[in-house]
Design a protein around this ligand. Sequence first.
Ligand code: GLT
Ligand code: MN
Ligand code: MN
Length: 385
Amino acid sequence: MFTPKPEHKFTFGLWTVGNIGRDPFGSPVRQALSPVELVHLLNEVGAYGVNFHDNDLVPIDATPAERDQIVRDFKKALDETGLVVPMATTNLFADPAFKDGAFTSNDSRVRAYALQKTMNAIDLGVELGAKVYVFWGGREGVETDAGKDPVESLKRFREALNFLCEYVRDQGYDLTFALEAKPNEPRGDIYLPTTGAMLGFIATLDHSEMVGVNPEVAHEHMAGLNFTHAVAQAWDAGKLFHIDLNDQAPGRYDQDLRFGSSNLKSAFFLVKFMEDVGYEGMRHFDAHAYRTEDYEGVKDFARGCMRTYLILKQKAAEWNADKDIQALVAEINADLGANDLLGSYSTDRASAIKGAQLDRTVLGERGLAYEKLDQLTIELLMGVR
Ligand code: GLT
Ligand code: MN
Ligand code: MN
């Protein structure tokens, strides 16, 4: 019943199931698998697609001949399994060259290298079928504001994205960009730290129509924000091009936990939102298995992400069909007599609202029954309804 199918559009990055469990305090706990092996692992657990950074697939120091062989082998694995590559991205954070940022570096040579690397990575992504290109600027920030001018940094970031949009158009690629925000880690502070900030920035781009967002659960939770609200704002703006699903306890380091494993209720409202509005993009799990796991545990992790999503989707359908819940929802949304008063501005409407009898004591006395509604939601989630 909760078996992943292609129509669910569940995808994983090579770096997610391929995470070898290195952390700032400890060495790897799992042997690295090749991209081909990872494609087969993802096929075994039932994923639809696989995403990658340029260097997840092609090592940064590979020769052109090595690159071509790797791409041939990878394509063969995709053909054998039927997995697709819906999204690709660039690693602009691991190499020491990017220690003070890529597009926002003070060093124009680093900025030029970042453009060069990204154009090559876009070519690679498109060659393998990617339709969405993610930009996560992990190093685009500071430890000290003495080092970089924040306005200059934004101008540089804008200039880079404008350039790359033109590159995509010039090549005739069918590709959109999705910007991913994160408040901190690995930098002390990363520019454009939230999805809302990204949405504001996108409006300033030359080709804003081809640029949307890739919100990540963990990143908004790190900032103490409500992820569903960020996703809703992106959706409302027509900018929800991609999504990174995982989980995260607020106030911690970047945990990238299995989807739904930490904040089940917010995961429920997120899935319900995505399913109710009819989001048709990829459901990308940007998470990794606990460091305690071997590759059987990695498969448990990947299966768990997808299974939890599907269970929550089922719960959302139950919530929408639950008579008691829907009776309360109807009550909450009933017209209590002022619907006709409201609407877009006119001089008449302004006078009507000014003259309306609106007794604020009565308005303030009304109970809203949200306690009851929330408890019904909790009981539905706990499986006792
Ligand atoms: C990195 C980061 C993620 C980004 C990836 C894309 S890489 O693991 O933590 O949130 O989505 O660059
Ligand atoms: Mn993350
Ligand atoms: Mn992410």
